[in-house]
Design a binder for this molecule. Structure first.
Ligand code: NAD
Length: 298
């Protein structure tokens, strides 16, 4: 296959990415701060690096799947600080991060002869494991081309939206809509139930009509109506995306009154959801947070 691939961050998304890339024949080296996560990867036959710097040193293309922009900055600062590599490295940052940090890192790495592509993803842990993610990218075409075999293995759809940071902007716009769709869909289902129509029947209609979204078509049937509430995306990460979208709105002077209300409803005091709870609890038509508390605290 040729390219060696590093995966840094083996959480809900990164683990599936690493396993999928390994299954498709790439030589994968991985690292996570969590020893449990590393152990799960090595049990599956994935080589582990000593630290992030070691993974970067051993790989041509490095996939990052980290919670926050500051984690991405730390990994790059420690892993590429020396810049003393004989071949160019391509960083594919699939974390939901900020456009400002991605632009800064792309400029920094370009000086050292390396590439940084913001490549946030949609499709959840199932898409990560199956290699069917949607990837939205910002960065130089040269670096995207070098990472193409890895992208092809990870994704069903790859959309190069523009220069550095453009992928992050697209992802934040998308996830602001996800946060909103969750609330509007559950409100609709509550209205149906209050009026004597079951949520199940209302959902069948919505998904055959114009009120549908990925939330109503995929998330509600799989993780709300089944009452499993285990999509693999945490309320904390959803709140991060909403916060970053609103910060972007502030930076650009874009007014978003509906999104501001959505952010308030997602906040911990209002929703009752802890950062570690799955974000699908927010969609419970029977009353969400109190029920989540009762069931998860048992
Ligand atoms: P997660 O919390 O499950 O996993 C993050 C992993 O990163 C953890 O295992 C953590 O130990 C590790 N980590 C943190 N700092 C590190 C460091 N400095 N070095 C090495 N490892 C470090 O998160 P996730 O759900 O897998 O999400 C990862 C990223 O992908 C986030 O930016 C998230 O917003 C985004 N995302 C998640 C989903 C989803 O459905 N879960 C979907 C699309 C995008």
């Amino acid at each position: 296959m040729g390219q060696s691939v590093g995966v840094i961050g083996l959480g809900a998304m990164g683990m599936g990415m690493a396993l999928n890339l390994q299954a498709k024949g790439f030589a994968v080296t991985a690292f996570d701060l969590s020893q449990d996560a590393v152990a799960r990867a090595t049990d599956a036959g994935i080589a582990s690096g000593e630290d992030a710097a070691d993974v970067i040193a051993r790989s041509d293309v490095i996939v990052l799947s980290l919670p926050l922009a500051q984690h991405v900055e730390t990994v790059i600062a420690t892993g590429l600080a020396s810049g003393a590599f004989s071949t160019p490295k391509v960083i594919l940052d699939t974390s939901t991060s900020t456009a400002a940090v991605s632009r800064k890192l792309a400029e920094l790495l370009a000086v050292q002869g390396h590439g940084f592509v913001d490549a946030p993803v949609s499709g959840g842990p199932l898409g990560a494991g199956a290699g069917t993610l949607s990837v939205m990218m910002g960065g130089e075409a040269e670096w995207v081309a070098r990472a193409q075999p890895v992208l092809d293995a990870m994704a069903a759809k790859v959309i190069h939206v523009g220069a550095s940071g453009a992928g992050n902007i697209a992802k934040l716009v998308n996830n602001m809509l996800v946060a909103s769709h969750m609330l509007t869909t559950v409100e609709g289902l509550r209205l149906a139930e209050a009026s004597g129509l079951s949520a199940q029947d209302a959902l069948r209609v919505i998904n055959s009509a114009t009120g549908r979204s990925a939330l109503s078509e995929i998330h509600f049937p799989n993780w709300v109506m089944t009452r499993s509430f285990d999509s693999g995306f945490s309320a904390g990460l959803m709140r991060k995306d909403v916060r970053l979208a609103l910060e972007l709105a502030q930076e650009t002077g874009c007014e978003m009154p509906v999104s501001e209300l959505v952010a308030q409803l997602w906040a911990e005091p209002q929703s009752g959801l802890r950062d570690s709870d799955d974000f699908m609890w927010m969609g419970d038509p029977q009353g969400a947070a109190e029920l989540a508390r009762g069931e998860t605290d048992q």
